[in-house]
Design a protein around this ligand. Structure first.
Ligand code: NAP
Length: 253
C-alpha cells in the first residue's frame, strides 16, 4: 500500500497540503497528524482518497515512538510523500516567553520534524518527496522572534543537507520558507504588539502550490512571492547586523 503522511494537517498549510496531495500523489491513503482530532476528521469528507486521522502531540517523545510503531504495524507500506507542517511560533521579548513554551517550540519545530523524517525514510522508495516547513526567518537572526527563527534556521540547514545526502536514493527534500501566511499560526504566536509591522500576507494555498512547483523543478528551497525572494537575496548580500537593524526599525525597537 502506498501512503502519504502529513503532520500539522488540521489547519493552515498542512491542511492545504492534504488537498493538493489528494490531487497529485498516486497513493492509497493519506495519514493526517495533529492534536485536534475533530479538525482532522473534517478533512475525510473533503478528499477522494482514504484519510487516516491520527491524533498525536508530536512535541512528546512517547508520541514520536507511537508514530514509529504505527509505521511498523502497517505492514507492507511505501511512503511516497511526507509533509512536516506541524509547528508553532511565539513572538515577543525573549524573557517574556515562558521557558516551557520556548522548549516546546524546539521540541516540535526541530526535534519532531527530524524524528518523523528519520522514522519515515526507511519506508520511502526511490522518487519519493519530503516537504519541510521552514520560514523566511530561517535566513537571518530575527530579534523578538528569536527562538522561533532559530528553529527555522535548523529546518533550512537540516533539510538542504539531507536532500544532498538523499541524492543517492533519488529522494527529494525541500525546505519551504514563506513570509507571512494568513493561518491560525497567529492565534498562538501573537500575544501583544511586539511585532508591529507585517508586509505582504500570502494564502496558504499559494505557498503550497509554489512548494509543489519548486519540488518538481528540483529545487531544495521554496520561497513564495517575488518580493520575499528579494528579501532572501538581501539577507545574503547585506551584513546580518544591518538586516537586524532594519527589522528592528520596522518594529519600532
Ligand atoms: N503562518 C505563517 O506566517 C508562517 C510563515 C512561515 C512558516 N510557517 C510555518 O508553517 C508551518 C505551518 O504553520 P501554519 O501557518 O499552517 O499554522 P497553523 O494553521 O497554526 O498550523 C499548524 C499545524 O501544526 C499543528 N500542531 C501544532 N502543535 C502541534 C503538536 N504539538 N503536535 C502535532 N501537531 C501540532 C496544528 O494542529 P493542532 O493544533 O490540531 O495540533 C496545525 O495543524 C509551521 O511550521 C509554521 O512555523 C508559518
Amino acid at each position: 500500500m502506498k501512503i502519504s503522511v502529513i503532520t500539522g494537517a488540521s489547519s493552515g498549510m498542512g491542511r492545504d497540503f492534504v488537498r493538493m496531495i489528494d490531487k497529485i500523489e498516486d497513493c492509497d491513503e493519506i495519514w493526517v497528524i495533529a492534536r485536534r482530532k475533530d479538525k482532522l476528521e473534517e478533512i475525510t469528507s473533503e478528499t477522494g482518497k482514504v484519510i487516516r486521522p491520527i491524533e498525536l502531540d508530536l512535541s512528546k517523545e512517547k508520541n514520536i515512538k507511537a508514530y514509529g510503531k504505527m509505521l511498523k504495524d502497517a505492514g507492507e507500506i511505501e511512503v511516497t510523500a511526507l509533509v512536516n507542517a506541524a509547528g508553532f511560533g511565539k513572538f515577543g521579548d525573549f524573557e517574556s516567553i515562558p521557558l516551557q513554551e520556548q522548549m516546546n517550540m524546539i521540541d516540535l519545530n526541530c526535534k519532531a520534524l527530524m524524528a518523523v523524517t528519520y522514522l519515515t525514510l526507511p519506508y520511502m522508495p526511490e522518487g519519493s518527496r519530503v516537504y519541510q516547513l521552514g520560514s523566511l526567518s530561517a535566513f537571518q537572526p530575527v530579534p523578538y522572534i528569536t527562538t522561533y527563527g532559530a528553529t527555522k534556521a535548523f529546518v533550512l540547514s537540516f533539510s538542504r543537507a539531507l536532500n544532498k545526502e538523499l541524492e543517492k536514493r533519488n529522494i527529494k527534500m525541500i525546505a519551504i520558507c514563506p513570509g507571512w501566511v494568513r493561518t491560525e499560526f497567529f492565534d498562538r504566536a501573537v500575544k501583544d504588539d511586539t511585532i508591529k509591522y507585517y508586509n505582504k500576507f500570502f494564502t496558504s494555498a499559494e505557498v503550497v502550490r509554489r512548494a509543489i512547483y519548486d519540488m518538481y523543478k528540483g529545487r531544495d528551497v521554496s520561497v513564495c512571492g517575488a518580493s520575499i525572494r528579494g528579501q532572501v537575496l538581501l539577507t545574503k548580500l547585506l551584513p546580518h547586523k544591518l538586516v537586524m537593524k532594519i527589522w528592528c526599525k520596522q518594529q519600532k525597537k
